[in-house]
Write a protein that binds this ligand. Structure first.
Ligand code: CAA
Length: 254
C-alpha cells in the first residue's frame, strides 16, 4: 500500500496514514487503502491504534486538490465513500483508538470521531474547516460532532470553521486525554493493553450496546442492553470472570 502503513503486534495493530507530502490528507486512494487495511487485519487483532505519520498532522482533511473540480454527483460519491469507510471503522469488531498527533481537520476530525476513543498530543488541532472552502462537512462531521460534544459546540465549530487546540478539545469532550507528543503512542499502547487484558467478548458486547443504544429511544435501548447482557451469559468469559472473582484468582479470558 502506498498511503497506509500497518504494523501488527499480537492483539494490537497500528495503522498509520502516511501521505506526509499533503499532511496525510485523504485522497480516494488513501481512503480506499484505509478501508482495505481495516478489512485485512489479522484474526487476532483486538485493538487498533490509528495515527498519522510525522509529528505535525493526524489527517489534514479530505484532499482539496482532488476535490476542487468534482461535479455534484462525484462529490456525493466521495462523501459516501468517506462515510462508509468511517462507519466500517466505527462498527467493526475492534476497539479503535485515535492517536491524534497533530492536525485533525475536516475529514481528519471526522475520522478521529469515528474511532471509539481519542487521545491527542498537546500540539493537536481540531476543526471542521469546510465552510471556509465553500462546503459543508461530508464525512460524517455534521452528525458525529453534535453527538459527541452537543449541538451548541458543534454548531460553533462548524459555522466558524475555526480550529480548537487539544486543551479545548478535552474541555468539550472531543478527546479523552491529552499527552505530550513524545508520549502519545506509549499512552495509546498502555490504553490498548488495559483493554486487551479484559474479556474481549464483553468489551465488544458493551461497544455494541453503546453504539446502537445511542440511536434508540430509552425503552428500546434498555431492552437492547438486556439482550446484550443476556448474550454475555452464553460466553465462556462470563463463567471464567465470575469464577475467578469468587476464587480470588486472576481470570484467564479466551
Ligand atoms: N488537501 C490537500 N493538500 C493539503 C491539505 C488538504 N486537505 N492540507 C494540506 N495539504 C498540503 C498543502 O497543499 C501543502 O502542499 P504543497 O507543499 O504541495 O503546497 C502541504 O500539504 C503542506 O501544507 P501547508 O503548506 O499548508 O502547511 P502549513 O503548516 O502552512 O498549514 C494547515 C497546515 C493549517 C493544516 C493547512 O495545510 C491547511 O489549512 N490545510 C487544509 C485543512 C482543511 O481545510 N481541511 C479540510 C478539508 S475539506 C474536508 O475534509 C471535507 C470533508 O468533510 C470530507
Amino acid at each position: 500500500m502506498e498511503n497506509i502503513i500497518v504494523r501488527n503486534d499480537g492483539a494490537v495493530s497500528e495503522i498509520t496514514i502516511n501521505r506526509p507530502q499533503a499532511l496525510n490528507a485523504l485522497n480516494i486512494a488513501a481512503l480506499t487503502e484505509l478501508r482495505e487495511s481495516f478489512g485485512n487485519l489479522p484474526q487476532e487483532t483486538r485493538v487498533v491504534i490509528l495515527t498519522g505519520s510525522g509529528e505535525k498532522s493526524f489527517v489534514a482533511g479530505a484532499d482539496i486538490r482532488e476535490m476542487k473540480d468534482l461535479s455534484a454527483a462525484r462529490a456525493r460519491e466521495l462523501a459516501r465513500l468517506g462515510q462508509t469507510t468511517f462507519s466500517e471503522i466505527e462498527r467493526g469488531r475492534h476497539v479503535v483508538i485515535a492517536a491524534v498527533n497533530g492536525y485533525a481537520l475536516g475529514g481528519g476530525c471526522e475520522l478521529a470521531m469515528a474511532c471509539d476513543i481519542r487521545l491527542a498530543s498537546s500540539n493537536a488541532k481540531f476543526g471542521q474547516l469546510e465552510v471556509g472552502l465553500g462546503i459543508a462537512p461530508g464525512f460524517g462531521g455534521s452528525q458525529r460532532l453534535p453527538r459527541l460534544v452537543g449541538k451548541g459546540y458543534a454548531k460553533q465549530m462548524i459555522f466558524t470553521g475555526e480550529m480548537i487546540d487539544a486543551a479545548e478539545a478535552l474541555r468539550i469532550g472531543l478527546v479523552n486525554q491529552v499527552c505530550e507528543p513524545a508520549e502519545l503512542m506509549q499512552a495509546s499502547r498502555a490504553l490498548a493493553g488495559k483493554i486487551i487484558s479484559k474479556s474481549f467478548s464483553a468489551v465488544l458486547a458493551a461497544k455494541e450496546a453503546i453504539d446502537n443504544g445511542l440511536n434508540m429511544d430509552d425503552e428500546s435501548a434498555f431492552r437492547f442492553e438486556a439482550e446484550i447482557f443476556g448474550m454475555c451469559f452464553s460466553e465462556d468469559d462470563q463463567r471464567e470472570g465470575m469464577d475467578a472473582f469468587l476464587n480470588k484468582r486472576q481470570p484467564g479470558f479466551k
